[in-house]
Design a protein around this ligand. Structure first.
Ligand code: AMP
Length: 407
């Protein structure tokens, strides 16, 4: 890799954080669309507007920055973005990026693949803000800020919904009057960048399994599960919004819609209901302690145990549901922060699945987060594969860069 290789930035703008990863596109990407760009540096600011902290390091682990800032200095996403870019530029010796790939949570009906961003795309993504109120506005802020500063720079939107495009109507329908389905009020599914990465990874590590019926459990702060057949998404536990499905760190997952009506009838404003369902529910709401799985596993409090037990129970239930969709189960994959790192949570979920699916974990392999954590005798193999959503965005951005003649 030389200094002249094109550089791509991957931007993941969340509600209180901005993450930027720097990738270099190898020469061979000119001819081959499937060559994965190489990560060279990563920077992130957490606690924007509250207690901003910048951490940046090169891919080899060398620290570029680790610093807290006064709130006034990093009051918003714009300031955070500028600060990370400046910091990483020093580490990268001022190589300007040729393209920027963004994680965009909701692509709605319109976007079934990554897309080059223009004014029309931005306008269409703005209409989806009510369907992803926690994420979409911040994704768009980053896009607009960069477009303002560098109007000619190629920007690419990569969607969490896109991997699920093409679901059968059975997976998309909600039993509301049909006109709402036609207006886009349907189940989309999210975490698609993670699932797309896992589908590729499965082809490398377990090609036979990749052809089969696999359920992937993406268990991070957000959590969902995806039913895949032959590497394609068939159904997912998330729906119209990223609230649906299993309980998460602070999000409620599936609840009776009557509960929302009850809250509204009590006089709770829509904004307050939204804040509760997205920010005060899930593990945090049940435990009353934390949204962080590590904190709950370390706690002796009865409600911490209740929250973790319910989490595992609901994850297992959703696996059962998706297995019906697939007509069987050939493999189970755990990924994301909890899925890839918590032997305890995996064991609790799989305990529910032992009788029905003949799943048997290998305790030693599970405790070490090995790639295969099930026993040879397990009827269904269980794998642990760390995800790489940023890597997927870099790959799609390099493809669009190449297609637009930029490589
Ligand atoms: P993510 O959103 O993928 O970064 O995942 C964040 C979640 O992963 C948080 O709930 C963390 O507590 C959890 N997590 C990370 N490492 C571990 C671990 N070793 N054991 C249990 N949970 C973990």
């Amino acid at each position: 890799m030389t200094n002249t290789n094109p550089v791509i930035l991957v931007v993941n703008a969340g509600s209180s954080s901005v993450k930027i990863s720097v990738y270099v596109v190898p020469e061979s990407a000119h001819e081959n669309v499937d060559i994965q760009p190489t990560l060279v540096a990563h920077g992130q600011i957490e606690g924007i507007g509250v207690a901003p902290r910048l951490v940046a390091r090169m891919a080899d682990g060398r620290s570029v920055a680790d610093e807290s800032f006064p709130v006034e200095q990093v009051a918003d996403h714009d300031a955070a973005f500028r600060l990370i870019r400046l910091t990483l530029q020093i580490g990268l010796r001022d190589t300007p990026p040729v393209a920027i790939g963004h994680r965009v949570v909701h692509g709605g009906i319109d976007f079934a693949d990554a897309v080059r961003i223009d004014d029309d795309v931005i306008a269409r993504l703005e209409t989806l803000i009510p369907l992803a109120p926690l994420h979409q506005p911040h994704n768009l802020t980053a896009i607009r800020a960069i477009r303002g500063a560098a109007p000619d720079l190629l920007q690419v939107a990569c969607f969490d919904t896109a991997f699920h495009a093409g679901h059968d109507p059975m997976a998309q329908l909600m039993a509301l009057p049909f006109e709402y389905y036609e207006r886009g009020i349907r189940r989309y599914g999210f975490h698609g960048l993670s699932y797309a990465y896992i589908a590729r990874r499965l082809q490398q590590v377990a090609p036979d399994l990749a052809e089969g019926r696999v359920i992937v459990a993406h268990l991070g702060n957000g959590a969902s599960l995806c039913a895949m057949r032959g590497g394609r998404s068939i159904d997912s536990t998330m729906g119209l919004t990223a609230l649906d499905g299993m309980p998460m760190g602070t999000r409620c997952g599936t609840i009776d819609p009557g509960a929302v009506l009850w809250l509204a009838a009590q006089g709770m404003e829509p904004d307050a209901i939204q804040a509760m369902l997205y920010g005060q529910s899930g593990l945090k709401g049940i435990s009353g302690i934390s949204s962080d799985m590590r904190a709950l596993l370390a706690s002796d409090a009865p409600r911490a145990k209740l929250a973790v037990d319910f989490y595992a129970y609901r994850a297992a239930q959703e696996i059962g549901k998706l297995a019906v969709t697939l007509g069987g189960l050939d493999g189970l994959v755990f990924t994301a922060g909890i899925g890839a790192n918590s032997p305890d949570v995996r064991a609790r979920i799989c305990a529910h699945l032992a009788d029905l699916f003949g799943i048997a974990l290998d305790a030693a392999a599970n405790s070490e987060n090995c790639q295969r954590v099930s026993r040879d005798s397990s009827r269904v193999p269980v794998l642990v594969l760390p995800t790489d959503e940023e890597g997927m965005i870099a790959l799609s951005t390099a493809r669009i860069l190449r297609e637009s003649g930029g490589l």
